[in-house]
Design a binder for this molecule. Structure first.
Ligand SMILES: C[S@@+](CC[C@H](N)C(=O)[O-])C[C@H]1O[C@@H](n2cnc3c(N)ncnc32)[C@H](O)[C@@H]1O
Length: 208
């Protein structure tokens, strides 16, 4: 992925959150563990769990998604990828000696896996221009698709949020644009989930 100036600020932002709040939902900028789990629940709908699967978590933070999937009984090989080195280091520290769970800050290290997923990675754009951020998102979705042979899922804040509560530093995506983009570029089998009472939506892209 080309170096984007916008991502340098995001790296610093999340490094600071982790430093202040540690390995907690607030450490990855979420208000509550409950909302985070509702989001995970939507994202995992694309995985076929009848046998062990492999998963790339794009913008993994310290691996909360992996811990959640283990807790609910999934069997998986997990790779957490994050641009923030402190997040990657925290993920490694928390999952030491677990050969089924590793972390990297370099997407080139990641082989093609069964699935890829992404939770909250693009929400915080800080002062980046909206269209420039959309370009980065699309580039990352392409990378996710290239790394996932069976399908992938992602969520983003929705542009259908209440106008008076929207913030300029957050990215509110157009669900219809991303649904259309995925249909045209990644797979004919795409689902848009926008019915779980949070100010975000989830897209599932099935390849098999
Ligand atoms: C809101 S946190 C979510 C962490 C994790 N997905 C979770 O749900 O617990 C967003 C994470 O995405 C990472 N991130 C942001 N933009 C990224 C990008 N373009 N590529 C990889 N990681 C990114 C940040 O460093 C941060 O750790």
């Amino acid at each position: 992925m080309p170096e984007y100036r916008e991502l340098e600020k995001v790296k610093d932002y999340f490094a600071e959150k982790l430093e202040i709040h540690g390995a907690t939902p607030r450490g990855v900028d979420y208000n509550s563990a409950e909302a985070q789990e509702i989001r995970f629940l939507q994202l995992l709908k694309v995985f076929n769990t009848s046998q062990k699967y492999s998963l790339l978590d794009f913008g993994s933070g310290f691996g909360a998604m992996y811990d959640y999937l283990l807790r609910i009984g999934h069997q998986l090989h997990y790779v957490g990828y994050d641009i923030s080195l402190p997040m990657v280091e925290k993920g490694r520290e928390l999952h030491l000696h677990n050969p089924d769970c590793w972390f990297t800050a370099n997407i080139a290290d990641v082989p093609v896996l069964d699935y890829a997923t992404l939770c909250g990675t693009f929400n915080m754009k800080l002062d980046a221009d909206y269209d420039a951020w959309t370009k980065i998102v699309v580039e990352c979705l392409r990378q996710m698709s290239d790394h996932a042979s069976r399908g992938f899922s992602f969520n983003m804040l929705t542009k259908y949020s209440d106008a008076d509560r929207m913030r300029p530093d957050l990215y509110y995506a157009d669900p219809l644009f991303f649904f259309d983009y995925c249909k045209r570029n990644f797979s004919k089998n795409v689902a848009l989930l926008h019915d779980y009472k949070l100010y975000d939506f989830t897209i599932l892209v099935r390849k098999d």
